[in-house]
Design a protein around this ligand. Structure first.
Ligand code: 13P
Ligand code: 13P
Ligand code: MG
Ligand code: MG
Length: 384
């Protein structure tokens, strides 16, 4: 049997209302498009996180397949048409090209894909985040595949004892590097601790693992919308696929990093830092200050190419404390209002509307030499 490919392809094609949620009629249109063109697929499932929709597709055509990407693009276009009729906010937001050309990468949607040999029982988790950026997966991916304090299997499962290889992309310079853990852990952390630039793209098992070292066990969408659009149009809310069990981290080990609401970029106007809150699918709506950033976890068994699921994995009271903690951190950060570090540093706001505000002061600035006394003057705009 040819290998199975799982493709998780996402786009924001219109928010209901504002940037908080998706509209059920848009999801219906996308599902019926997939139903009508399901001949290239083994199976599909459509889900949402905040204002983003994710198509989870299984097929036997490999990653980056033109027909699969075209199908996803056309499905999003049929959703966009409904979003336009309903006047949803930012209808077609992530479809940045007038027409499909070869691959959704570079056109706006994000894609995480893995081609692998299906095992007798093959559990996977598809994660989807809203109000953040692809690097938001760096922290949990490192914990899952690199940190023995998170993943007991790194210590007690002989198949995982050699560790994992991380493929890291430098999304500013368009280059990549492969780093092995545990021995390269410090270099890996030196890079991925800067998640706006260095992003974990894939993770592979190492020799000694009972799974094939050439088949990725995790994949993250890394598309950056600003690079496609040339201006801020919305955040690059990412998706990720993680394979689990039988020589790979157990489902509980894959979810465990989310008991800590780590700080990520992308809240309100893509311009603020906020805590990552793990939520059930029912609670993925981002309404408080357009957030806080959220993550859902859809669990599936892949069985003969079918998606058995989803199991809504964060729908567990054991994550209530993380949600509570995230709300407390959100309160604390919100008290800062427009001050950093709640607001992102200036370099990261380059592509937002903030520079336009700065430009309005360009004529008002007076040059001075701060090594010499600077005379007191009547402030510009003061009342005489
Ligand atoms: P607009 O209201 O001008 O769209 O900006 C706010 C926002 O939501 C940014 O995407
Ligand atoms: P999205 O990236 O989820 O569309 O949100 C944009 C935004 O500006 C929210 O405040
Ligand atoms: Mg949006
Ligand atoms: Mg979004």
């Amino acid at each position: 049997m040819t290998k199975i490919t799982v493709s998780a392809i996402k786009a924001d094609v219109g928010g209901y209302v504002g940037h908080s949620d998706t509209h059920p009629r848009v999801q219906d249109a996308i599902e019926s498009h997939l139903e009508d063109h399901a001949d290239v697929l083994e199976n599909y499932h459509v889900t949402s996180a905040g204002d983003d929709l994710q198509l989870i597709l299984t097929h036997r055509r490999g990653s980056d397949d033109e027909r699969i990407h075209e199908l996803a693009w056309n499905a999003f276009e049929s959703g966009t048409a409904v979003a336009q009729d309903l006047g949803l906010y930012g209808a077609g937001q992530d479809l940045l090209s007038d027409a499909f050309s070869g691959n959704v990468r570079g056109l706006g949607p994000g894609a995480a894909e893995i081609e692998f040999t299906e095992r007798p029982s093959d559990p996977i988790v598809v994660f989807a985040m809203d109000k953040t950026e692809p690097g938001a997966f760096n922290f949990p991916m490192y914990k899952v595949f690199g940190d023995p304090f998170n993943t007991a299997g790194l210590v007690i499962d002989p198949s995982m004892n050699e560790g994992f290889t991380f493929e890291v992309w430098d999304i500013e310079e368009d280059r990549r590097v492969f780093l092995d853990t545990p021995e390269d852990a410090h270099e890996l952390l030196a890079l991925i601790g800067a998640p706006s630039r260095y992003v974990i793209k894939r993770v592979y098992p190492r020799e000694g693992n009972k799974n094939d070292p050439d088949e990725p066990v995790a994949s993250v969408s890394t598309e950056k919308l600003v690079d496609v659009a040339g201006e801020y149009v919305g955040k690059d809310d990412p998706v990720a696929i993680v394979r689990s069990q039988s020589g790979l981290p157990a489902i509980g080990e894959v979810l465990e990093p989310f008991t800590f609401p780590h700080m990520v970029s992308g809240w309100m106007r893509g311009s603020h830092v906020g805590p990552m809150m793990p939520v059930s699918m029912e609670h993925s709506q981002t309404s408080r200050f357009d957030g806080p950033p959220r993550c859902i976890a859809a669990g599936f068994q892949i069985t003969d190419g079918n998606l058995v699921g989803p199991n809504d994995l964060f729908d567990d009271v054991a994550f209530d404390r993380a949600r509570e903690q995230a709300s407390e951190q959100a309160d604390y950060l919100r008290e800062h209002g427009p001050f950093e570090p709640h607001r992102l540093p200036l370099g990261e706001l380059e592509y937002t509307t903030l520079p336009e505000i700065m430009d309005t002061l360009s004529e008002e600035w007076e040059h001075m030499d701060s090594s010499k006394p600077v005379a007191q003057a009547t402030p510009v705009g003061s009342v005489e």
